[in-house]
Design a protein around this ligand. Structure first.
Ligand code: NAP
Length: 306
């Protein structure tokens, strides 16, 4: 007879790890799946996490590893599989991966989010040839060179600060005249002498031959265009939720986030959401971790009543 899990957790970012830890301690019959086969999710692309309590200045990679080790100590690790679809069948949820088919009473979607693209000419052509979405991963390739960071949020600021330590010059191109990043990051950024702010800058086209040579930027106030010469372009314009897999299964908002409160209860009975894929005010490691724990509590409650 086919095995039926109490719970399948999809995703091994902070929300998925936390859900796995709580599910393990609750002794639920749990399967945990992640397509990247590693714990930490988006934080593994982050140079430094400085606001997770008790771990000031920890590197994203170290925090991701510590999360995984904690889960492993409790006897749970993510299976490395790519989920292709999820279906409802007679009250059970069926998860189809490239290799297997799994049945479960409940699912926690901890699917996280991915880098948003600018969708301007040259972006895709030069992706991997000077265009990057991860300064922590690729910054070292641009040592002593000039680079451009695009965006005005925490990630853009952190990237620009990190790159300023290894690059000759950093342009930070932002489409408005004020950053949305935390004030403490703005202060650190403005103290970097080799960072030049390009305010009201709308990225128009990534220029290059075999590799990136620069970015054409239009000033939104004056309409004037300026060519910024650089060898690397780091795009940090936010994230989009990884929810395409479930868009026909649960209610999502107009930006694709799964509609749910802090218990993670979605419009579909037995399907729960935790972390960045959920509608919420603040997408941080600390709120993702909290979501994972809450979602498991909601799953336990659900399992009592089916
Ligand atoms: P974000 O906060 O959503 O910022 C995205 C930035 O990109 C905004 O400044 C936005 O401009 C700009 N942008 C969006 N679309 C654009 C476009 N088409 N063209 C040009 N610019 C565009 O995203 P994020 O910095 O990636 O951060 C994602 C989440 O992770 C946030 O919730 C953030 O707080 C969190 N985070 C937390 C930490 C931490 O706590 N240590 C570190 C990193 C990230 P506007 O400002 O004009 O909208």
């Amino acid at each position: 007879m086919t095995e039926i899990y109490d719970l399948i957790i999809l995703g091994a970012g902070p929300a998925g790890v936390s859900a796995a830890i709580y599910a393990s301690r609750a002794m639920l019959k749990t399967l945990w799946i992640d397509n990247k086969c590693m714990t930490g999710g988006q934080i593994t692309d982050t140079y430094e996490v400085d606001n997770y309590p008790g771990m000031p200045g920890v590197s994203g990679m170290d925090l991701g590893e510590a999360f995984g080790e904690h889960a492993m100590k409790l006897g749970i690790s993510p299976a490395c599989e790519n989920v292709l679809s999820i279906k409802e069948e007679g009250g059970e949820k069926v998860i189809y991966t490239e290799k297997n088919e799994y049945r479960t009473k409940a699912v926690i979607l901890a699917l996280g989010a991915s880098h948003r693209k600018l969708s301007i000419p040259g972006e895709e052509t030069f992706s991997g040839s000077g265009v990057s979405y991860c300064a922590t991963c690729d910054g070292a390739f641009f040592r002593n060179k000039t680079v451009i960071v695009i965006g005005g949020g925490n990630v853009a600021c952190e990237d620009a600060i990190l790159l300023s330590r290894m690059c000759e010059k950093v342009y930070l191109v932002h489409r408005r005249d004020a950053l949305r990043a935390d004030k403490i990051l703005q202060e650190r950024l403005f103290a970097c002498s080799n960072v030049e702010m390009v305010w009201n800058g709308e990225p128009v086209e990534v220029k290059g031959d075999e590799r990136v040579t620069g970015l054409l930027v239009r000033n939104k106030e004056t309409g004037e265009e300026r060519m910024l010469a650089a060898e690397g372009i780091f795009i940090a314009v936010g994230t989009i939720p990884n929810t395409w897999l479930v868009k026909d299964l649960v209610e999502t908002d107009d930006r694709g986030y799964i509609v749910a409160g802090e218990e993670g209860i979605t419009s579909a009975p037995g399907i729960f959401v935790a972390g960045d894929a959920r509608t919420k005010m603040l997408r941080q490691v600390v709120t993702a971790v909290s979501d994972g724990a809450n979602a498991v509590a909601a799953v336990q409650e659900y399992l009592l009543h089916i």
